[in-house]
Design a protein around this ligand. Sequence first.
Ligand SMILES: Cc1ncc(COP(=O)(O)O)c(C=O)c1O
Length: 382
Amino acid sequence: MKRVFNFSPGPSALPLPVLEKAAAGMCDANGTGQSVMEMSHRSKDFKPIIEKTETLLRELMGIPANYKVLFLQGGASLQFSMLPLNLAAGEAPGAASGKKVSYIDTGVWADKAAKEAAKYAAVSVRASSKDKAYTYIPQVSSANAVANAVANAVADPDDAYLHITLNNTIVGTKWADIPDTGKVPLVSDISSCILSEPLDVSKFGMLYAGAQKNLGPAGTTVVIIREDLIGHAPAWTPAMLRYEIHAAEGSMYNTPPCYGIYIIGLVLEWLKDLGGVNAIAKLNHEKAALFYQYLENSKLFYSPVEKPFRSLMNIPFVARVEDAEKRGELETRFVKEAAAVDLINLAGHRLVGGMRASIYNAMPIEGVKALIQFMEKFEKSV
Ligand SMILES: Cc1ncc(COP(=O)(O)O)c(C=O)c1O
Protein backbone atom coordinates (compact mmCIF):
# COMPACT_ATOMS: atom_id res chain seq x y z
CA MET A 1 0.00 0.00 0.00
CA LYS A 2 1.28 3.46 -0.89
CA ARG A 3 0.59 6.44 1.39
CA VAL A 4 1.74 9.94 0.46
CA PHE A 5 2.22 12.93 2.77
CA ASN A 6 -0.76 15.03 1.74
CA PHE A 7 -0.44 18.77 2.50
CA SER A 8 -3.83 19.65 1.00
CA PRO A 9 -5.82 22.47 2.64
CA GLY A 10 -8.95 20.32 2.38
CA PRO A 11 -10.23 17.79 1.79
CA SER A 12 -7.10 16.65 3.54
CA ALA A 13 -5.36 13.66 5.04
CA LEU A 14 -7.22 11.46 7.50
CA PRO A 15 -5.47 9.40 10.19
CA LEU A 16 -4.48 6.00 8.80
CA PRO A 17 -6.00 4.09 11.76
CA VAL A 18 -9.34 5.76 10.97
CA LEU A 19 -9.20 4.70 7.33
CA GLU A 20 -8.22 1.17 8.36
CA LYS A 21 -11.10 0.94 10.82
CA ALA A 22 -13.51 2.26 8.18
CA ALA A 23 -12.14 -0.26 5.67
CA ALA A 24 -12.53 -3.13 8.13
CA GLY A 25 -16.13 -2.16 8.77
CA MET A 26 -16.99 -1.27 5.19
CA CYS A 27 -19.23 -4.28 4.52
CA ASP A 28 -20.11 -5.17 8.09
CA ALA A 29 -20.09 -2.23 10.49
CA ASN A 30 -20.17 -3.14 14.19
CA GLY A 31 -21.47 -6.65 13.42
CA THR A 32 -24.66 -5.32 11.81
CA GLY A 33 -24.05 -7.05 8.48
CA GLN A 34 -24.29 -3.67 6.68
CA SER A 35 -22.10 -0.79 5.69
CA VAL A 36 -22.87 2.47 7.50
CA MET A 37 -23.65 3.79 4.00
CA GLU A 38 -26.53 1.32 3.78
CA MET A 39 -28.09 2.02 7.17
CA SER A 40 -31.36 3.82 7.70
CA HIS A 41 -30.57 7.02 9.55
CA ARG A 42 -33.44 6.28 11.94
CA SER A 43 -32.38 2.70 12.64
CA LYS A 44 -31.20 1.29 15.96
CA ASP A 45 -27.86 0.66 14.23
CA PHE A 46 -27.19 4.28 13.25
CA LYS A 47 -28.52 5.92 16.44
CA PRO A 48 -25.51 4.92 18.57
CA ILE A 49 -23.18 6.16 15.82
CA ILE A 50 -24.52 9.73 15.75
CA GLU A 51 -24.89 9.77 19.53
CA LYS A 52 -21.29 8.64 20.03
CA THR A 53 -20.02 11.26 17.56
CA GLU A 54 -21.84 14.05 19.38
CA THR A 55 -20.79 12.83 22.84
CA LEU A 56 -17.13 12.65 21.80
CA LEU A 57 -17.24 16.11 20.20
CA ARG A 58 -18.80 17.56 23.36
CA GLU A 59 -16.21 15.86 25.54
CA LEU A 60 -13.17 16.78 23.43
CA MET A 61 -14.20 20.41 22.89
CA GLY A 62 -15.72 20.89 26.34
CA ILE A 63 -19.01 22.06 24.83
CA PRO A 64 -21.29 23.41 27.61
CA ALA A 65 -24.72 21.79 28.09
CA ASN A 66 -26.57 24.91 26.89
CA TYR A 67 -25.16 24.52 23.37
CA LYS A 68 -26.66 22.35 20.62
CA VAL A 69 -24.46 20.36 18.25
CA LEU A 70 -25.86 20.02 14.74
CA PHE A 71 -24.60 17.84 11.90
CA LEU A 72 -25.66 19.58 8.71
CA GLN A 73 -24.81 19.65 5.00
CA GLY A 74 -23.90 22.44 2.60
CA GLY A 75 -20.35 23.06 3.83
CA ALA A 76 -19.11 26.02 5.82
CA SER A 77 -20.30 28.16 2.90
CA LEU A 78 -23.95 27.45 3.65
CA GLN A 79 -23.35 28.75 7.17
CA PHE A 80 -22.39 32.08 5.60
CA SER A 81 -26.13 32.30 4.75
CA MET A 82 -27.75 30.30 7.57
CA LEU A 83 -26.06 32.40 10.24
CA PRO A 84 -27.50 35.78 9.16
CA LEU A 85 -30.82 34.19 8.16
CA ASN A 86 -31.31 32.75 11.64
CA LEU A 87 -29.77 35.44 13.82
CA ALA A 88 -30.28 38.68 11.96
CA ALA A 89 -32.81 38.53 9.09
CA GLY A 90 -35.89 40.74 9.27
CA GLU A 91 -39.58 40.05 8.74
CA ALA A 92 -39.28 40.56 4.97
CA PRO A 93 -36.66 39.07 2.65
CA GLY A 94 -33.73 41.38 1.91
CA ALA A 95 -31.33 43.37 4.04
CA ALA A 96 -33.58 46.40 4.62
CA SER A 97 -35.43 44.91 7.61
CA GLY A 98 -32.44 42.91 8.87
CA LYS A 99 -30.57 43.60 12.11
CA LYS A 100 -27.09 45.08 12.43
CA VAL A 101 -24.16 42.65 12.40
CA SER A 102 -20.37 43.09 12.41
CA TYR A 103 -17.68 41.26 10.47
CA ILE A 104 -13.90 41.35 10.60
CA ASP A 105 -12.32 40.93 7.17
CA THR A 106 -9.30 38.66 7.44
CA GLY A 107 -9.36 37.03 4.02
CA VAL A 108 -11.37 35.40 1.29
CA TRP A 109 -13.63 33.29 3.53
CA ALA A 110 -14.35 36.12 5.95
CA ASP A 111 -15.16 38.37 3.01
CA LYS A 112 -17.47 35.79 1.47
CA ALA A 113 -19.24 35.38 4.81
CA ALA A 114 -19.77 39.15 5.08
CA LYS A 115 -21.01 39.47 1.49
CA GLU A 116 -23.54 36.69 2.01
CA ALA A 117 -24.74 38.25 5.27
CA ALA A 118 -25.26 41.57 3.48
CA LYS A 119 -28.18 39.94 1.63
CA TYR A 120 -30.11 39.60 4.90
CA ALA A 121 -28.61 42.01 7.41
CA ALA A 122 -26.99 45.43 7.82
CA VAL A 123 -23.32 44.45 7.71
CA SER A 124 -20.59 46.61 9.13
CA VAL A 125 -17.02 45.52 8.41
CA ARG A 126 -15.28 46.70 11.59
CA ALA A 127 -11.70 46.00 10.59
CA SER A 128 -9.78 44.51 7.70
CA SER A 129 -6.25 43.34 6.95
CA LYS A 130 -6.73 43.62 3.20
CA ASP A 131 -4.22 46.52 3.07
CA LYS A 132 -1.35 44.05 3.58
CA ALA A 133 -2.74 41.12 1.61
CA TYR A 134 -4.29 39.70 4.79
CA THR A 135 -0.90 38.82 6.30
CA TYR A 136 -1.97 39.88 9.78
CA ILE A 137 -5.05 39.99 12.04
CA PRO A 138 -6.33 43.55 12.55
CA GLN A 139 -6.57 45.09 16.00
CA VAL A 140 -10.06 45.35 17.41
CA SER A 141 -11.15 47.23 20.50
CA SER A 142 -12.17 45.71 23.80
CA ALA A 143 -15.53 44.94 25.40
CA ASN A 144 -15.21 48.26 27.16
CA ALA A 145 -15.33 49.96 23.81
CA VAL A 146 -18.37 47.86 22.94
CA ALA A 147 -20.18 48.89 26.07
CA ASN A 148 -19.46 52.55 25.40
CA ALA A 149 -20.11 52.23 21.67
CA VAL A 150 -16.96 54.13 20.79
CA ALA A 151 -15.85 54.49 17.21
CA ASN A 152 -14.02 51.47 15.76
CA ALA A 153 -15.23 49.27 18.59
CA VAL A 154 -15.16 45.59 17.79
CA ALA A 155 -18.97 45.50 17.64
CA ASP A 156 -21.96 47.72 18.18
CA PRO A 157 -23.95 46.85 21.35
CA ASP A 158 -27.02 46.45 19.12
CA ASP A 159 -25.35 43.96 16.81
CA ALA A 160 -27.01 40.57 16.49
CA TYR A 161 -23.48 39.10 16.41
CA LEU A 162 -19.87 39.70 15.46
CA HIS A 163 -18.26 37.27 13.01
CA ILE A 164 -14.61 36.28 12.80
CA THR A 165 -12.72 33.57 10.91
CA LEU A 166 -10.48 32.12 13.60
CA ASN A 167 -8.02 30.48 11.20
CA ASN A 168 -7.61 31.80 7.68
CA THR A 169 -6.83 28.78 5.54
CA ILE A 170 -5.65 30.59 2.40
CA VAL A 171 -3.34 33.20 3.90
CA GLY A 172 -2.26 31.20 6.94
CA THR A 173 -3.21 33.56 9.76
CA LYS A 174 -5.01 32.89 13.02
CA TRP A 175 -6.39 35.08 15.76
CA ALA A 176 -3.87 35.10 18.60
CA ASP A 177 -6.54 36.26 21.08
CA ILE A 178 -10.29 35.82 21.04
CA PRO A 179 -11.90 39.29 20.93
CA ASP A 180 -14.11 40.16 23.88
CA THR A 181 -17.46 41.24 22.46
CA GLY A 182 -19.28 41.65 25.76
CA LYS A 183 -22.96 40.81 25.35
CA VAL A 184 -22.78 40.68 21.56
CA PRO A 185 -22.58 37.00 20.53
CA LEU A 186 -19.25 36.14 18.94
CA VAL A 187 -19.52 33.78 15.97
CA SER A 188 -16.61 32.07 14.30
CA ASP A 189 -15.82 29.95 11.29
CA ILE A 190 -13.43 27.33 12.70
CA SER A 191 -13.32 25.12 9.60
CA SER A 192 -9.55 24.93 9.44
CA CYS A 193 -8.67 24.91 13.14
CA ILE A 194 -11.38 22.92 14.93
CA LEU A 195 -9.81 20.61 17.53
CA SER A 196 -6.28 21.76 16.68
CA GLU A 197 -5.80 23.34 20.11
CA PRO A 198 -8.02 24.12 23.11
CA LEU A 199 -10.83 26.62 22.49
CA ASP A 200 -13.16 28.05 25.12
CA VAL A 201 -16.53 27.41 23.48
CA SER A 202 -18.33 29.49 26.11
CA LYS A 203 -16.74 32.64 24.65
CA PHE A 204 -18.77 32.10 21.47
CA GLY A 205 -22.44 32.25 20.59
CA MET A 206 -21.92 29.97 17.64
CA LEU A 207 -19.11 28.05 15.94
CA TYR A 208 -19.19 26.24 12.63
CA ALA A 209 -16.84 24.08 10.59
CA GLY A 210 -16.83 22.13 7.37
CA ALA A 211 -15.57 18.64 8.21
CA GLN A 212 -13.03 18.17 5.45
CA LYS A 213 -9.93 19.37 7.32
CA ASN A 214 -9.70 18.19 10.92
CA LEU A 215 -12.91 16.21 11.29
CA GLY A 216 -13.60 13.84 8.42
CA PRO A 217 -14.81 13.73 4.84
CA ALA A 218 -16.41 16.65 3.00
CA GLY A 219 -20.18 16.64 3.15
CA THR A 220 -20.79 17.21 6.85
CA THR A 221 -20.81 20.59 8.57
CA VAL A 222 -20.71 20.90 12.34
CA VAL A 223 -22.59 23.75 14.00
CA ILE A 224 -22.25 24.43 17.73
CA ILE A 225 -24.80 27.01 18.83
CA ARG A 226 -25.93 28.44 22.16
CA GLU A 227 -29.58 27.57 22.77
CA ASP A 228 -30.80 31.15 23.24
CA LEU A 229 -29.65 31.97 19.68
CA ILE A 230 -31.92 29.31 18.19
CA GLY A 231 -35.47 30.05 17.10
CA HIS A 232 -35.15 33.57 15.69
CA ALA A 233 -35.37 32.89 11.95
CA PRO A 234 -38.15 34.85 10.24
CA ALA A 235 -41.13 32.90 8.88
CA TRP A 236 -39.91 33.12 5.28
CA THR A 237 -36.69 31.19 6.04
CA PRO A 238 -36.76 27.78 4.29
CA ALA A 239 -37.16 24.83 6.69
CA MET A 240 -33.80 23.30 5.74
CA LEU A 241 -32.05 26.54 6.70
CA ARG A 242 -33.61 26.90 10.18
CA TYR A 243 -31.46 25.97 13.16
CA GLU A 244 -34.51 25.33 15.36
CA ILE A 245 -35.77 22.60 13.04
CA HIS A 246 -32.43 20.79 12.90
CA ALA A 247 -32.01 21.21 16.67
CA ALA A 248 -35.51 19.93 17.45
CA GLU A 249 -35.04 16.93 15.18
CA GLY A 250 -31.55 16.00 16.45
CA SER A 251 -30.03 16.69 13.00
CA MET A 252 -32.60 14.24 11.54
CA TYR A 253 -35.09 16.62 9.92
CA ASN A 254 -34.02 14.98 6.68
CA THR A 255 -31.41 12.31 5.95
CA PRO A 256 -28.18 13.51 7.51
CA PRO A 257 -24.72 12.82 6.01
CA CYS A 258 -24.59 9.46 7.80
CA TYR A 259 -21.27 8.16 6.55
CA GLY A 260 -19.50 11.46 7.21
CA ILE A 261 -20.87 11.49 10.76
CA TYR A 262 -19.59 7.93 11.24
CA ILE A 263 -16.09 8.86 10.04
CA ILE A 264 -16.06 11.96 12.26
CA GLY A 265 -16.84 9.62 15.16
CA LEU A 266 -13.83 7.48 14.25
CA VAL A 267 -11.60 10.57 13.97
CA LEU A 268 -12.77 11.76 17.39
CA GLU A 269 -12.09 8.31 18.88
CA TRP A 270 -8.58 8.45 17.39
CA LEU A 271 -8.07 11.92 18.87
CA LYS A 272 -9.29 10.83 22.28
CA ASP A 273 -6.94 7.82 22.23
CA LEU A 274 -4.06 10.18 21.41
CA GLY A 275 -4.81 12.13 24.59
CA GLY A 276 -7.37 14.66 23.36
CA VAL A 277 -7.03 18.28 22.33
CA ASN A 278 -4.16 19.15 24.69
CA ALA A 279 -2.07 16.30 23.33
CA ILE A 280 -2.77 17.13 19.68
CA ALA A 281 -2.12 20.84 20.37
CA LYS A 282 1.33 19.97 21.72
CA LEU A 283 2.06 17.97 18.60
CA ASN A 284 0.67 20.68 16.32
CA HIS A 285 2.87 23.30 18.01
CA GLU A 286 5.91 21.05 17.57
CA LYS A 287 5.15 20.51 13.87
CA ALA A 288 4.51 24.19 13.16
CA ALA A 289 7.55 25.32 15.17
CA LEU A 290 9.80 22.98 13.17
CA PHE A 291 8.50 24.31 9.88
CA TYR A 292 8.51 28.01 10.80
CA GLN A 293 12.02 27.60 12.23
CA TYR A 294 13.16 26.08 8.96
CA LEU A 295 11.60 28.99 7.02
CA GLU A 296 13.31 31.51 9.32
CA ASN A 297 16.70 29.96 8.50
CA SER A 298 16.09 29.33 4.82
CA LYS A 299 17.87 31.44 2.23
CA LEU A 300 15.31 30.58 -0.42
CA PHE A 301 11.89 30.37 1.26
CA TYR A 302 10.12 32.66 3.71
CA SER A 303 6.76 33.04 5.44
CA PRO A 304 4.85 36.15 4.31
CA VAL A 305 2.75 36.18 7.51
CA GLU A 306 3.46 38.48 10.48
CA LYS A 307 4.82 36.40 13.35
CA PRO A 308 2.14 36.86 16.06
CA PHE A 309 -0.58 35.76 13.65
CA ARG A 310 0.93 32.66 12.07
CA SER A 311 -1.41 29.71 11.70
CA LEU A 312 -0.74 26.34 13.29
CA MET A 313 -2.52 24.56 10.48
CA ASN A 314 -1.80 26.30 7.17
CA ILE A 315 1.69 27.58 6.43
CA PRO A 316 2.12 29.53 3.19
CA PHE A 317 5.66 30.16 1.96
CA VAL A 318 7.19 32.04 -0.92
CA ALA A 319 10.46 31.76 -2.85
CA ARG A 320 12.82 34.71 -2.40
CA VAL A 321 13.13 35.52 -6.13
CA GLU A 322 12.66 39.12 -7.28
CA ASP A 323 11.51 38.44 -10.82
CA ALA A 324 7.86 37.33 -10.65
CA GLU A 325 8.06 35.14 -13.73
CA LYS A 326 11.19 33.35 -12.53
CA ARG A 327 9.64 32.95 -9.08
CA GLY A 328 6.54 31.39 -10.62
CA GLU A 329 8.66 28.96 -12.60
CA LEU A 330 10.67 27.98 -9.56
CA GLU A 331 7.56 27.45 -7.46
CA THR A 332 5.96 25.32 -10.17
CA ARG A 333 9.12 23.22 -10.31
CA PHE A 334 9.11 22.91 -6.50
CA VAL A 335 5.52 21.67 -6.36
CA LYS A 336 6.14 19.18 -9.18
CA GLU A 337 9.38 17.78 -7.74
CA ALA A 338 7.85 17.51 -4.27
CA ALA A 339 4.91 15.54 -5.68
CA ALA A 340 7.37 13.21 -7.41
CA VAL A 341 8.66 12.19 -3.96
CA ASP A 342 5.13 11.82 -2.51
CA LEU A 343 4.87 15.24 -0.84
CA ILE A 344 1.65 16.33 -2.51
CA ASN A 345 -0.67 19.35 -2.74
CA LEU A 346 1.87 22.03 -1.85
CA ALA A 347 0.70 24.70 -4.31
CA GLY A 348 -0.63 27.88 -2.72
CA HIS A 349 -4.27 28.89 -3.22
CA ARG A 350 -4.96 30.02 -6.77
CA LEU A 351 -5.78 33.53 -5.54
CA VAL A 352 -2.49 34.11 -3.71
CA GLY A 353 0.04 31.83 -5.45
CA GLY A 354 3.26 30.70 -3.77
CA MET A 355 3.15 27.50 -1.80
CA ARG A 356 1.37 26.28 1.30
CA ALA A 357 1.78 23.31 3.60
CA SER A 358 -1.40 22.44 5.45
CA ILE A 359 -0.43 20.39 8.48
CA TYR A 360 -3.72 19.44 10.09
CA ASN A 361 -4.10 17.04 13.03
CA ALA A 362 -3.67 13.96 10.85
CA MET A 363 -0.30 15.06 9.41
CA PRO A 364 2.38 13.17 11.34
CA ILE A 365 5.55 15.01 12.38
CA GLU A 366 7.43 12.66 10.02
CA GLY A 367 5.60 14.37 7.13
CA VAL A 368 6.83 17.79 8.24
CA LYS A 369 10.37 16.48 8.64
CA ALA A 370 10.26 14.88 5.20
CA LEU A 371 9.09 18.18 3.70
CA ILE A 372 11.86 20.13 5.40
CA GLN A 373 14.45 17.63 4.18
CA PHE A 374 13.13 17.94 0.66
CA MET A 375 13.20 21.75 0.85
CA GLU A 376 16.78 21.75 2.10
CA LYS A 377 17.78 19.58 -0.82
CA PHE A 378 15.80 21.71 -3.25
CA GLU A 379 17.51 24.87 -1.97
CA LYS A 380 20.91 23.40 -2.75
CA SER A 381 19.81 22.53 -6.27
CA VAL A 382 18.81 26.12 -7.13
C1 LIG B 1 -12.01 28.94 6.79
C2 LIG B 1 -12.88 28.36 5.71
N1 LIG B 1 -14.18 28.71 5.66
C3 LIG B 1 -15.00 28.23 4.72
C4 LIG B 1 -14.55 27.36 3.75
C5 LIG B 1 -15.52 26.84 2.73
O1 LIG B 1 -15.87 25.58 3.12
P1 LIG B 1 -16.88 24.66 2.32
O2 LIG B 1 -16.19 24.26 1.06
O3 LIG B 1 -17.13 23.53 3.27
O4 LIG B 1 -18.11 25.45 2.04
C6 LIG B 1 -13.22 26.95 3.76
C7 LIG B 1 -12.72 26.01 2.74
O5 LIG B 1 -11.56 25.73 2.60
C8 LIG B 1 -12.36 27.47 4.76
O6 LIG B 1 -11.08 27.12 4.81
